[in-house]
Design a protein around this ligand. Sequence first.
Ligand code: ATP
Length: 281
Amino acid sequence: MESIIEVDNLAKMYQKKQALKNLSFQVQKGEIFGFLGPSGSGKTTTVKILTSQLRFTSGRVTVFGIAPDRSSKASYLGRIGILTDNSGLYDRLSVYDNLVLFCRLYGVPEKSLEGVLDAVNLSADRNTLVQRLSKGMKQRVTLARAILHRPEILFLDEPTSALDPVNVLQIHETLRRLNREGTTIFLTTHNMQEAEALCDRVAFLNNGEISALDTPLQLRLQHGDQTITLTTPKGPEIVGKNAAGAIRINELIRSGELMAIHSNEPTLGDIFVKLTGRGLE
Ligand SMILES: Nc1ncnc2c1ncn2[C@@H]1O[C@H](COP(=O)(O)OP(=O)(O)OP(=O)(O)O)[C@@H](O)[C@H]1O
């Protein structure tokens, strides 16, 4: 596996406020990496540093092996896409005209917009003025803008916060497709379902520090209580994931009393609370 982002001992102070401390992680090429943390934990600060919008206090950061500072900006900004909540779209222009402006900025031929509009499901709305769009549609225009130059890494800061479930699903589908086509995705979220649904690996960020980093499955297995809940006509019954549990399951199947079986792995939200003592919201 090849690391595309490397962060080593990163710290960031805003005057006296320490927003990030001793942050170390690597993002592998081709993965969807989730940065999961509650409000104020340092997610946006990290994205801004990785995308050279903010200077850091100490540590080492590279993206594509390049340090993201002012002198290197030009050499890698064209290789990344950024989606944040401040949309910066022109309300009085259509979807298409908004995107044409960015094609010119990035030197991308206008004809490539067909595929981009298709990817975010906005082909039919191309001539609609941005001011007439719903929140979810606007978010899809900003996603289109972030991907139209086919970036190698896409940074998404809370891409679906405040969107309804249908729009969330549409954005997720688009992100999965981009990832299948080779885009590495760095995603911040405080939504654990989003992290579970999309991410190959997640880092838990709390007060500017990483308290766990692994695949969602490994985190659930490491922090699970190794029990199974069996639903029977007499009510729920909890057994261990062991030989005795297997015998009991077998008995209930034979007697026709096993109605449902549920492995008791915790959610990422449960694990976050266990490790940090606080929730994600
Ligand atoms: N410009 C700034 N000046 C001073 N403190 C700041 C500044 N920007 C952020 N902070 C502080 O740094 C910490 C991390 O903020 P950051 O915005 O990175 O968190 P976040 O996890 O992205 O939160 P949210 O989910 O609410 O966007 C917070 O305590 C915040 O108050």
